[in-house]
Design a protein around this ligand. Structure first.
Ligand SMILES: Nc1nc2c(ncn2[C@@H]2O[C@H](COP(=O)(O)OP(=O)(O)OP(=O)(O)O)[C@@H](O)[C@H]2O)c(=O)[nH]1
Ligand SMILES: [Mg+2]
Length: 197
């Protein structure tokens, strides 16, 4: 994908604040601090289109980005960080589930997990929820630069077993080395293309 433009559109918490649903949309989901915003920046070749942070729970709104006037990327707030105020933690579920179930142009969710961790009940809940609602899911294991190749393969097997996702469908990624960038774009373009038919 050749990126000509990548621009912030708006932030939202409620349905009434979403921008018009006029382009195929890809959402990025995962735990707080897992690297969602970093992954989006790499995909669109921008250093700081999306704010990243070492403080987990920074992205607390649904952020919409226009990519090439061709598709919309949506950076979803991360879940599962204990230090986020309880009121915000509680608002996460309805906020995300409303977005995921009510957005007519949503084509796929890029589901990002840390390669060093075993998916927990929150990850599994979201994966099941997406499957139940028949929303295509692109599973990513990120921060691969933190592990040796042999450890990466070990974790890949573990994640595949825990989630039930076949090994060959899980994409290994690193925002540091940029490995996995092309396979993620291919998966996104395949889904957008298929949805357009
Ligand atoms: N080594 C390494 N660090 C990464 C990678 N991806 C992200 N990080 C770091 O992880 C931290 C969190 O990254 P973000 O992209 O802000 O994570 P996020 O999922 O958007 O976080 P929230 O918005 O708080 O939910 C930052 O310090 C990033 O630099 C990666 O692939 N490798
Ligand atoms: Mg973020």
């Amino acid at each position: 994908m050749h990126i000509l433009s990548a621009e912030f559109i708006t932030s939202a918490t409620r349905l009434s604040q979403y921008p018009p649903a006029d382009l195929p949309e890809i959402a990025f989901a995962g735990k707080s601090n897992v690297g969602k915003s970093s992954l989006i920046n790499i995909l669109v070749n921008r250093k700081r289109l999306v704010k990243t942070s070492t403080t987990p729970g920074r992205t607390q709104l649904i952020n919409f980005f226009n990519i090439n006037s061709q598709m919309t990327f949506v950076d979803l707030p991360g879940y599962g960080y204990a230090k986020v105020p309880i009121a915000i933690q509680k608002s996460w579920k309805p906020m995300i589930e409303t977005y995921l179930s009510e957005r007519p142009t949503l084509k796929a969710v890029v589901m990002i997990m840390d390669i060093r961790r075993t998916p927990d009940e929150k990850d599994l809940y979201l994966l099941n929820w997406l499957g139940h609602h028949q929303i295509p899911t692109i599973p990513i294991l990120t921060k691969t630069d933190k592990l040796k190749t042999s450890q990466q393969l070990h974790q890949l097997t573990l994640v595949s077993t825990t989630t039930g996702i076949p090994r060959d469908q899980i994409i290994l990624f690193s925002a540091k080395t940029r490995i996995g960038k092309e396979p993620i774009w291919e998966a996104i373009e395949r889904i957008c293309h298929a949805a357009a038919l």
